[in-house]
Ligand binder design. Sequence first.
Ligand SMILES: *Cc1c(COP(=O)(O)O)cnc(C)c1O
Length: 306
Amino acid sequence: MSLHVDTPLIESHPLSLAAGRRVWLKLDALQPPGSFKIRGIGRACEVHHERGGRRFITSSGGNAGLAVAYAGRRLGVPVLVVVPETTTDTAIALLKREHAEVIVHGASWQEANALAQSEVGATDAYIHPFDDPLLWDGHASMIEEIARAGVVPDAVVLAVGGGGLLCGVAEGMRRHGWDHLPIVAVETDGAASLRAALDAGQPVTLDAITSVATSLGAKRICDRAWEWTRERAVESVVVSDLAALTACERFLADHRLLVEPACGASLALAYEAHAALAPFDAVLVIACGGATATIDQIRRWSHRGA
Ligand SMILES: *Cc1c(COP(=O)(O)O)cnc(C)c1O
C-alpha cells in the first residue's frame, strides 16, 4: 500500500500558449491531502509505523501537518500537531477533520516546534516537514511516474521552501540519468532562502518571512538542498507575491484547480513567459498544490498588493 496516488501528467495547452513553449504539468495538487507532501511524508510515516512508532508528532500547520494527519488516519496511528497561534482557523479545521489532535502554542513556529519536540516519547515518531532522507525518497516517486510515462522534459520547474521537494526531485532525476537537465527553483520575494544561500555562498537564516506563500516560509534551506546546487544545475528564480497570486487565479480559470501561492510561484514562470525558460523547448512544472488556500484569501491578498 502507498499513501499517495499516481497523479496525472498533462500537456497544458493554456500554459504552453502563455509560455511560448511546451509545458507539462505534474498535477500533485490532486493528492488526497492536497499537495505532493504526502509522497515523502507517507513514506516516512510507513517506515516509522513498521518500526513500531505508536504516534506521529509534527509542528507544521500547513501541508506537511496535513499529510502527517492524513497518513496517521490511514494507518490508524494517532497524530499530534503543535501549531503556533498564527495558524489560520482553516488550517486547524483541516487538521481536525483528519482526526489529528491539535495543540495551539507559542507566538512562532520555533516555540510550537520546541513543545512538539518535548512531547516525543520513546514510541513516538517526530516527522520533519522537509529535512529527512525518507521524505526525499518518497518525493522521488513523482519523477519515476514521469519517466514511466515516457516524458523527458528539457528542464523541471519547482517551488522551494525548505528544499525537500528539490532534494526528492533531484534524487529521482539522478536515478533516471537526468542529472544534465536543469532544475529551475522558484521562490517568492520574502521567502527566498535558496536565493539568500546562493548569494552568501552557504545556507543562511532569513530574519523573517514576509511572503504570503507561507508554504515556502522556511527561513533556511536544508543542507542537502544546498549540496544539490553544488552537484547539478539549479537555477534560482524569485517572483513577486502578486505574480504568484495572479498565477493561482489564472490556473483556476484554465485548469479548474485551486492551488496555494507556493504553487502559483512556479506556475507564474509559465504565465509570465519568464526569461529563465528561454533556453528550453519543453518544461515540466510540478503543480505541487496546497490545501490551505481559499479563493477569498487569494483575492484579498491580490487586492492588498495591487
Ligand atoms: C511544502 C510545500 C512547498 C515547498 O516544499 P519544500 O520541501 O519545503 O521545499 C511548496 N509548495 C507547497 C504547496 C508545499 O506544501
